[in-house]
Design a protein around this ligand. Structure first.
Ligand code: AMP
Ligand code: MG
Length: 344
């Protein structure tokens, strides 16, 4: 199959109409969202959704997120609640996914046999227009090969999905850069399953009882059941081995030392580029700029592989506030390889 990459254009909606038609016909489309690029199919079409698993090489027990245009569209696919609407009012459309009991219209293939469905209402205008033109909810995981860093540009999607899908819609780099915040809700409690741009602190403004699933911060223990199946898989991993360096270490000295012995890429702060001159540098943004570091993360991991790095050294982020999403993706990409203590 030839994979076409078309630029979005809201005035001349050629690419979007084509994409919507493919989705209605049971095909797959690479779609830009504010978080990462998604691999979308009609959420009512079990066969099309199975093709997503095939194209990604995704384990069959890892469910997909269903994307809707407006919060009230969740009524068709899920059993909503007051808390859902309070969260929706504040955070939708936006990078928040809410897991609720599913209705029968959503095939078991989408939810990997679970009796719950993950619902998200994206804010990206291209994603929204495709959902609108398709006239159906769109099931979409990240558009990378399973295990690889998620795609934040159309080129990343093309590199992973060339020959597997008919169309990728290009709308430039994603604004957030990591996947949505995923929460499970009961009447009066929120459980955070995956951190993202909607932070624990923001969620607490709507509902004070927010707990963080242990898999967000740690490795699952042997035999432990993940609340979110995706958390048990190797994730976001470049081919190079990623090591996270705690603030207790001298990053500059360590990077210089390792560079003498290994072909390593150094993910340094912008402020450190002078001190590390001559090494294979992948600047992540300024030290305080967590949003920029988050936005660049997956692209830099992919770049390290393209440069042929055997190892990557990066700063270990804190777990505070908006840095939690970055921390979670980085510890998983590194398979928990940390040099020095964890940063509080
Ligand atoms: P991705 O779309 O690739 O970002 O992955 C979707 C994430 O949402 C994975 O970690 C899934 O395990 C999780 N997810 C989707 N649906 C459910 C559900 N019904 N229950 C728990 N987790 C879910
Ligand atoms: Mg994914």
């Amino acid at each position: 199959m030839k994979t076409e990459v078309l630029s979005w254009d809201l005035e001349n909606e050629l690419a979007l109409k084509k994409g919507a038609q493919i989705i209605r016909d049971g095909g797959l489309v690479g779609i830009p969202t504010e978080t990462v690029y998604g691999l979308g199919a009609c959420a009512y079409n079990a066969g099309a959704c199975l093709e997503i698993f095939k194209a990604k090489g995704r384990p069959a027990d890892n469910p997909l997120i269903v994307h809707i245009l407006n919060p009230e569209d969740a009524e068709k696919i899920a059993i909503t609640s007051k808390l859902y609407y309070r969260l929706a009012e504040r955070f939708m459309p936006g990078p928040l996914t809410i897991i609720m009991p599913k209705r029968d219209i959503i095939p078991n293939e989408v939810t990997a046999g679970l009796d719950s469905v993950a619902v998200r209402c994206p804010v990206h205008k291209v994603a929204r227009r495709i959902i609108e033109l398709s006239g159906v909810p769109i099931a979409a995981p990240s558009a990378n090969k399973s295990g690889m860093p998620s795609p934040t540009t159309a080129q990343h999607v093309y590199n992973d999905m060339n020959g597997e899908i008919p169309l990728i819609i290009d709308a430039g780099a994603c604004e957030v850069g990591v996947e949505s915040t995923v929460i499970k809700i009961t009447e009066d409690e929120i459980i955070l399953l995956r951190p993202g741009a909607i932070t624990v602190e923001m969620l607490r403004e709507i509902c004070p009882r927010v707990s963080v699933s242990s898999a967000v911060l740690q490795e699952l223990r042997a035999g432990e059941v993940a609340l979110s199946p995706g958390m048990k898989y190797k994730h976001y991993s470049p081919k190079a081995s990623l090591y996270l360096v705690s603030d207790s270490e001298d990053f500059i000295a360590l990077a210089r030392d390792r560079a003498q012995r290994e072909k390593c890429a150094i993910m340094c702060y912008d402020e450190e580029t002078d001190a590390l001159d001559g090494l294979m540098l992948l600047p992540v943004g300024r030290r305080e700029d967590i949003k920029e570091q988050t936005r660049r993360l997956f692209d830099l991991l992919r770049q390290a592989d393209e440069l042929g790095a055997q190892t990557i050294y990066a700063h270990l982020p804190t777990m505070q506030d908006e840095a939690l999403a970055l921390y979670n993706r980085m510890i998983r990409a590194s398979a928990h390889k940390i040099i020095g203590g964890t940063n509080g």
